[in-house]
Design a protein around this ligand. Structure first.
Ligand code: DON
Length: 353
């Protein structure tokens, strides 16, 4: 059992709010002061929580400061509510998978994702090679009934999604990815070179996944270039405000509520949120959805984004992760804040417990 479950279960079966935190009321009734109070309460409640450990399978991630803790919430009017560290950038890591998936949908339509990759949880770890072997093409068949499923938020599907981004050269593909991410974040993001170099030197497993996906026909050409671009997209630096803005773009029909720019088609957003719901927190995606109802995505850099459609985008950065690879404090803080703001889209007829 992951540390997340024991941590959350101890104090928050039913989301016990911090002393002095807000009672649950509909989001429409929230004043700016109430939203800020919810953010401040979660920050105060979890700032001294030391559970989890920084990921170290990418050597550069082992050097990240575990004390970094930043929270940001972005609402429809473009207001940003924050607490803690808003300056430090962590690598976006797997949260990038959401935006590359969205970009592919923008370029080729949602069916391209569904037919090439799929939309079901694998039930296996994010970098599982077994899931590739058990996929229908891995088993040598076409749409075998008992084949394993795949989606764009685990490595085989994510590397495939990166391989699908259009562009005549590596530079053009990279330019399309970064333009999309920058528009979502509302500012030019940059690559954390030490993280990119470190992961590029140690990503043999992802290279193997890329080659297998190519061997089985999911990736059409240049698999190692796709892995390299995927590695670079995972190394983009983001702070909590960047991530919350990117989440808010998904919460408000593809419009970045700060820049007011339409980043992606509103029609493509529901499918992105659907895959985030089923596979965003890997092995704990179901438990997360059970407790919060929020489409979300984690990264081993320590960030988590979550989306309350039509209400807010939220992000927390805190590098120590649990056994499933999800930031411990980010899960706790997002759950509390969303509960205080009535963020659970399934709780239309009464507050979440
Ligand atoms: O593929 C990898 O190993 C990373 N670049 C991304 C992994 C990641 O964030 C998984 N986690 N939650």
């Amino acid at each position: 059992m992951s540390r997340f479950i024991s941590t959350l279960g101890r104090g928050a079966l039913g989301f016990t709010l911090a002393a002095g935190a807000l009672a649950v009321v509909p989001a429409a009734a929230q004043t700016p002061a109430q939203i800020q109070a919810a953010v401040d309460a979660a920050y105060a409640k979890y700032k001294d929580n030391n559970d989890g450990a920084v990921a170290d399978y990418i050597p550069a991630l082992a050097k990240v400061d575990p004390k970094v803790f930043g929270i940001a919430v972005v609402t429809a009017d473009g207001k940003v509510y924050t607490a803690g560290d808003l300056k430090t950038e962590v690598s976006i890591q797997s949260i990038s998978k959401v935006f590359t998936m969205a970009l592919v949908m923008e370029q080729q339509g949602p069916d391209a994702i569904l037919t090439t990759i799929g939309a079901d949880a694998t039930g296996m770890r994010f970098n599982s090679i077994v899931s590739v072997e058990w996929s229908y093409k891995g088993l040598g068949g076409s749409k075998l009934e008992n084949a394993a499923e795949m989606n764009p938020l685990v490595n085989p599907g994510a590397i495939t999604a990166t391989s699908m981004v259009q562009g005549k050269s590596r530079a053009e593909i990279w330019g399309n990815i970064t333009s999309f991410y920058n528009a979502a974040a509302g500012r030019p993001l940059t690559v954390l070179k030490d993280v990119y170099d470190s992961e590029a030197a140690t990503n043999q497993r992802n290279q193997a996944i890329g080659m297998l996906m190519y061997a089985y026909g999911y990736i059409k050409d240049n698999p190692l270039q796709a892995v390299d671009i995927y590695t670079e997209q995972c190394s983009i630096g983001v702070n909590a405000r960047d991530l919350a803005t990117m989440a808010a773009m998904l919460a408000f029909g593809g419009v970045n509520p700060i820049t007011k720019k339409q980043v992606m088609k509103a029609a493509d957003v529901p499918e992105v949120l659907a895959v985030m719901s089923t596979a965003g927190l890997y092995d704990d995606a179901g438990k997360w959805l059970f407790r919060t109802g929020l489409p979300a995505k984690s990264g081993v850099g320590g960030g988590i984004i979550a989306v309350s459609p039509g209400k807010f985008g939220i992000a927390v950065i805190s590098p120590p992760v649990d056994a499933a690879g999800n930031s411990v404090r980010a899960q706790l803080a997002i759950a509390d804040i969303s509960n205080a703001l009535g963020g659970n889209p399934y709780a239309q007829f009464g507050p979440a417990k």
